[in-house]
Design a binder for this molecule. Sequence first.
Ligand SMILES: Nc1ncnc2c1ncn2[C@@H]1O[C@H](COP(=O)(O)OP(=O)(O)OP(=O)(O)O)[C@@H](O)[C@H]1O
Ligand SMILES: [Mg+2]
Length: 233
Amino acid sequence: MLEMRNVSYSYTGKGKAKVSVLENRTMKFEKGSIYALFGPSGSGKTTCLMLLGGLEIPNQGKILLDGQDISEIGYQKLRQKYVSYIFQDYMLFPYMTALENVLVSAQISLKKQDKNMVKQKATELLYSLGLVEAEVNRKVTELSGGQQQRVAIARALVTEADYILADEPTGNLDRENTVSIMELMGQIAHERNKALVIVTHSEYVRNECDHVYYIDKDMDKEGGYESCKTNIN
Ligand SMILES: Nc1ncnc2c1ncn2[C@@H]1O[C@H](COP(=O)(O)OP(=O)(O)OP(=O)(O)O)[C@@H](O)[C@H]1O
Ligand SMILES: [Mg+2]
């Protein structure tokens, strides 16, 4: 389980005034479920993901992975083994193809035989996300925004990480592609027993998730948590 326990976080603004983003936040993410972080722009959703992925450090409180503070596990090890991240602005390597982008972190330190296996897995994943062969082997700068987003999703899904943090993964996709990506996300969480944490503004995506955390203070319901009843079997 990945857990944010009593976390407070603030940014120091340009005028040195502190901008408080999170106050005493507690959230739990268990494998086998999809969670939505839902709230308006500027409410702190990306900040939550950065804290959970060890890319920012809380001012107060702890981030725990199976009960161990992630600062003790080590941020590098955390990102290599346990947590993968889909960035809001993709963060792809522009001079690489779609396939090379997916493989870039997954193949590090693998033997040749395993490298071929990962390559096949990455290619299949890109196809299942709707890219065709020519697009898989095209530089990502020559793909549309929505296609680039799917490459970023594939890159996070190809690793063995159990916790996938996704910042608006369907933000640039039309309804049809959003539906198919959420289906795939569902399979990954429920059949491969991973935890998916999805930041979203979309009511549709929120309703496809098993649980919802509200990140806007004004929308707090019982500590900002609500189970999505439509999705409980
Ligand atoms: N590096 C930074 N320095 C100072 N303030 C920041 C920084 N990053 C974010 N903030 C502020 O923290 C608050 C939360 O930002 P965050 O990016 O987490 O929001 P968000 O919910 O992801 O918004 P969006 O839906 O627009 O992506 C905002 O008020 C933002 O201006
Ligand atoms: Mg954001």
